[in-house]
Design a protein around this ligand. Structure first.
Ligand SMILES: Nc1nc2c(ncn2[C@@H]2O[C@H](COP(=O)(O)OP(=O)(O)OP(=O)(O)O)[C@@H](O)[C@H]2O)c(=O)[nH]1
Ligand SMILES: [Mg+2]
Length: 336
């Protein structure tokens, strides 16, 4: 969509508008597009210079809504891979057969997924919610990744996630397993990123952050295998050994899952009251006070005058502007 009109008057589009427009361009699904467009419509400056653009947005919205109504039927198998995101983020579990993905889902969420000592037990994705402190993070158990065969719908499920958790079996050559997994993701045009953002993928590719987890660490010789695995991948990825069966290192695992998500939590308060620490506002790292306001209410952004910050400020209650970059755990008081 062109945001510069042929107009006689300058549009004077704000950073929030441009930001929402970027989200719109990046949106993969129609509902995502509608959501981004709603924000664009809410924050667009309402004056003569944007009249035409506002009209375009409106007709765009009408088309999207129409599109949503006449969706082509998706194949049944593919449909199973449409997992609705819930909670703060969606993390997809990936691994070869028998690595313990379903065991992990059962152990750290309330969901149940069949576990068995034979391979290919899991046939379709199964979501579950994991609690981490005051957050709920969705984990999705999946059928095992197979060499040279990709289930329809699987790449889309992975692409839609906020993070990946690779689970390898430490009683079987873990480096080899990981190499197969990375190769298969490569075939799906998914670049697996670990520490740091790394180079930008080519067009059509996406990059997702990942955590590598070695399971069955209580088994004989498993920790030796883990050391080799760790030496091989630790420069590129965060890595952790666990035993799902014995419940070893699972607290650490929750923390590490949160870490790869590239999100942070802030808390909003009203003057004279305490912040509710059970109700975090979840934002991307690098977000500003403006985004905090937007998450509270879309009308807040335009009206925002300043904010006060407790936490990362120089002192408690420091006055900051809308472009102030917030930090994990900050308490923000918005003034409109
Ligand atoms: N020794 C040991 N065995 C485990 C551990 N976690 C899971 N297992 C066993 O590994 C086998 C496979 O577990 P699943 O959870 O079904 O593995 P999966 O990755 O979901 O397997 P697929 O659905 O076939 O891909 C089962 O026999 C589990 O009991 C662990 O920490 N230690
Ligand atoms: Mg399974």
């Amino acid at each position: 969509m062109q945001h510069i009109t042929t107009g006689e008057m300058p549009a004077n589009l704000t950073p929030q508008y441009l930001d929402a427009e970027l989200k719109f361009k990046q949106a993969k699904t129609t509902p995502e597009k509608i959501k981004a467009l709603e924000v664009m419509m809410a924050v667009i400056p309402k004056h003569k210079g944007t009249e035409r653009l506002r009209g375009q947005l409106k007709s765009r919205m009408a088309k999207l809504k129409e599109e949503l109504q006449r969706r082509p039927a998706v194949g049944k198998a593919e449909q199973a891979y449409n997992v609705k995101r819930e909670g703060a983020a969606q993390v997809v579990l990936l691994g070869l057969p028998n690595s313990g993905k379903s065991s992990l889902l059962c152990r750290i969420t309330h969901a149940s997924s069949e576990v068995a000592d034979y391979p290919f037990t899991t046939q379709k994705p199964i979501p579950g919610m994991m609690t981490f402190e005051n957050l709920q993070i969705q984990l999705v158990d999946t059928p095992p990744v197979q060499m040279d065969h990709i289930e329809p719908g699987f790449p889309n499920l992975i692409r839609g996630a906020e993070g990946l958790l690779f689970l390898v079996d430490l009683t079987e050559d873990p480096i080899f397993q990981m190499e197969i997994l990375l190769e298969e993701l490569n075939r799906m045009k998914i670049r697996v990123a670990g520490k740091g953002p790394g180079p930008l993928p080519d067009p059509g590719w996406i990059s997702l952050r990942a955590l590598l987890v070695g399971n069955k660490c209580e088994a004989k010789n498993a920790m030796e295998a883990y050391r080799r695995f760790e030496n091989h991948f630790r420069d590129a990825f965060p890595i952790l050994p666990v035993s799902v069966e014995r419940g070893m290192n699972l607290g650490e695992l929750r923390k590490e899952i949160y870490q790869i998500l590239n999100i942070l939590r802030v808390y909003t308060k009203t003057p004279g009251k305490e912040a509710d620490r059970m109700e975090p506002v979840i934002l991307k790292k690098g977000s500003t006070v403006e985004e905090v306001a937007l998450s509270v209410h879309k009308d807040f952004v335009a009206k925002l005058r300043y904010a006060r910050v407790w936490g990362s400020g120089k002192f408690d209650g420091q006055m900051v502007k809308r472009n102030y970059v917030v930090n994990e755990g900050d308490v923000i008081e918005l003034h409109i």
